[in-house]
Ligand binder design. Sequence first.
Ligand SMILES: Nc1ncnc2c1ncn2[C@@H]1O[C@H](COP(=O)(O)OP(=O)(O)O)[C@@H](O)[C@H]1O
Ligand SMILES: [Mg+2]
Length: 490
Amino acid sequence: MSVPLHELALANAGLAGAPLRHAQRLVATWQPLADLCFSDLLLMAPVDGEEGHRFVVLAHVRPTTGQTLYPADLVGTVVHEVERPVVARAWRKGEIVGGDTTVLGRRDKARVQCVPMRHRDRVFAVLTRESAMTSGRRPGELERHYMDVFDRLARMISEGTFPFARDEVELEEAPRVADGVIVLDDGLRMRYASPNAISALHRMGIHAFTHGLQPREIGFDQDAAETAIGMRLPVMEELERGDTSVLVQAIPLIEGGRVTGVVVFVRDVTDLRRRDRILMSKDATIREIHHRVKNNLQTIAALLRLQGRRLKSTEAQEAIEESERRIRSIAIVHETLSRDSGDVVSFGDIVRPLVRVVEETVSTDEQRLRFDVEGDAGDVPGVVATPLAVVLNELMQNAVDHAFPHEDGESVEGHVRVVLDREPDELVIQVVDDGVGLPSDFSLEKSRGLGLSIVHALVTSELGGSIEMRDANGTQVNVRIPIKAQGADL
Ligand SMILES: Nc1ncnc2c1ncn2[C@@H]1O[C@H](COP(=O)(O)OP(=O)(O)O)[C@@H](O)[C@H]1O
Ligand SMILES: [Mg+2]
C-alpha cells in the first residue's frame, strides 16, 4: 500500500479515532478472511460530506487461495454509487447486501458481497468481497466450509464484534488458511477439518479425525479453543507432540452475543522449530569455544607465572609478569563472550575485571591508588573488544608503573580514571591519572617501550583508530576507535 490507510481515511473519509483503529485492526489481520472466501476484499469508506454517494477504497487484500480480480492496486480509487449501488445500499441499510455487478474499472461481471462495518452501533465503512462469476459449478466441501466461516465472520464485522477489540501482535508465523483449518461448533465438537489440518494431525500421531467428537477425544489439545470461547478473544498456542510442533490459533465465532463455534487454524511449525534449535545450538557451540579458549589462556598465564617464579633476574621476572597480564586481559574478553550470546560484548563488563588485573599489581602499603570507571561504551564486537582489552591493560598498567614514583618506605596516593564514551560512529576511551605526567622529552612516535608500541600498533593498524597522549595535571591518554552503528556487522 503506497499511501498509509490512516492518511487516506482522514483526508477523504473524515475517519479518525476509535473507528479508524477498528479499521486498522481489520486490515492488519484480514488475510485469512480473503483466503476463506477465495476473493479480493476491499475496505471502502464514504467520501466525507457526500452522504454515501461516493466511496474511497482504503485498503485491498488479495486471496492467496484463489485468483485476484484486481492485479492493479485499487487503494485510493473513488467509487460512485451509480457504479456500485450495492455498496451504497449496504451503507444506508446497515445490512449485508449481495449482488451482481461489474468489476471496478472494467466490463466483466463480478459477484459482490457488501458488509457494513460497525463500530459501537455506527456503520463507518463497507467491506466488499469481490469475486468472478462462478460457472455454476457446485462448490466442494472445503469451499463450502470456508465460505461458511467467512460468512460468520462477515456477520461479526457487521455486528461490530470483529475484528476483536484488542491489538493483535501479528506474528509472522501465525497460521494461514492454507496451513490447515478445523471448525468446531458451540459444543467444541469437530465439524470440519481441511486436508492440510488432517495431515498436521497425522504428523502429531492422531489418525482418527471423527466428526462430532471433541478434539480432546481424539488426543488433540483443546485448551486454546476453550480459552477462546471463555475470553471471547483469539488465542494462540503451540503444541508439541514428539518431534512435531504445531501452532494453533483459535478464533471464537460470535453471533447475537452468543458463541456459536470456534475456527481453529493449525500450522505445522516442526521445520521452523528445528531450524531455531540448530541456530540455538550453533550459538551454544560458539559460547563453549569461547569458554575453552578462556580456559586455555588462563592455563598459559598460570604456566608463565610458575616459570617466572623460578627466575633470578628481576628484569626477566617483570617481563614474564607483563606477558601474563596481557594474556589474562585477552582471557577476560573470551570469558565475557562465553557468557553472552551473540558476537558482541558490553564493553563496560570487560573494563571492571581488567581494572582488577591491574589492581593486583599495586602494592597497597606504598601506593594507595583508586581506580574509577566512568561512562558507558555500549556493545562492542568481539573482534574489537580483544585488542581494546590489551590496550586498556597497558595504559592502566603504565599509570601504576610510571605516574606515581616513590622512594622505598614512602607512600603515595593517586587516582586513575577510565572514561568511556560512545559516539554514533566512534568509541572513545580515556585513561587519566593525576600523577607526575609524561617525561619532558616524551613523544609517542619515538617511545621505544614495548607497552606503548603494542598499544600504538593495535590502535592504529588493527583498529584503524587514533591515540593521543598529553600532560594534564598528570597524564591523559585518549584513544578513539571508529566503530559502525550498533547492530551493524563489523
Ligand atoms: N601514565 C604515565 N605517566 C607517566 N609516564 C608514562 C605514563 N605512561 C607512559 N609513560 C612513559 O612512557 C614510557 C613508555 O611506556 P611503555 O611503552 O608502556 O613501556 P614501559 O611501561 O615498559 O616503560 C614509560 O616508560 C614512561 O616513561
Ligand atoms: Mg608499560
